[in-house]
Design a protein around this ligand. Sequence first.
Ligand code: FAD
Length: 191
Amino acid sequence: MFEPNQFLSQCPADLRKNAATSMPLKGMTALEVGGPAALVCSVVNPEQARRFQDICNNLQAPSYILGAGSNILADDSGYPGVILHVATREIILKSDTLTVGAGLDFDQVIVESLKHGLTGLEFASGIPGTLGGALVGNAGCYGHEIGEFLVEAVILRKNGLLEKAYQRSEEAYQAISESQEKESTQINNRY
Ligand SMILES: Cc1cc2nc3c(=O)[nH]c(=O)nc-3n(C[C@H](O)[C@H](O)[C@H](O)COP(=O)(O)OP(=O)(O)OC[C@H]3O[C@@H](n4cnc5c(N)ncnc54)[C@H](O)[C@@H]3O)c2cc1C
């Protein structure tokens, strides 16, 4: 059985300060339903996410990744494990490419792109959720999808390794998308 305090005792101070026990999922999902998660841990950079995964692996703790909860129907009985809340939100512009934390609001990515004169993503304006959630589902509408614009994604494997995955063809993107759902967390993405 998952013990939040045992998990917290293995967290370094910077991870522990962004963790909370018995957090109602209804406050973290668009449908505003869901009982308490035993533990919720927010990570703000790739290294924190890596350490989070190491602790999960050490303790064999059940875990689930949450973005903005726009595509989640949480159980009224809650979640008896640890929720990884991706809160990586940095934005770096280099030439005509944006590097963006997966926890940033997808709409915000579009706004920031336009501010820097980068166009193309406007079709997705209004799709709720984070960039990471959008990539996992290959969010799209009006005949376009986010995977068309991805240059590179940094993902965290279940084994705790951070690695880059590339998208330059639909086939490659699907591979990233499927692996995300099954065994990895997105941390940083370039457009
Ligand atoms: C009103 C409304 C309108 C919508 N319209 C559209 C639309 O037009 N087109 C469309 O495609 N979708 C649409 N959606 C669905 C939703 O907006 C997308 O699926 C969105 O991209 C989910 O992002 P999120 O951050 O909320 O992810 P969540 O709902 O938190 O998570 C969704 C899935 O992604 C996983 N996940 C989230 N972040 C990460 C990460 N960083 N790394 C790995 N896995 C992660 C979660 O584990 C979960 O499996 C709509 C939803 C609503 C409520």
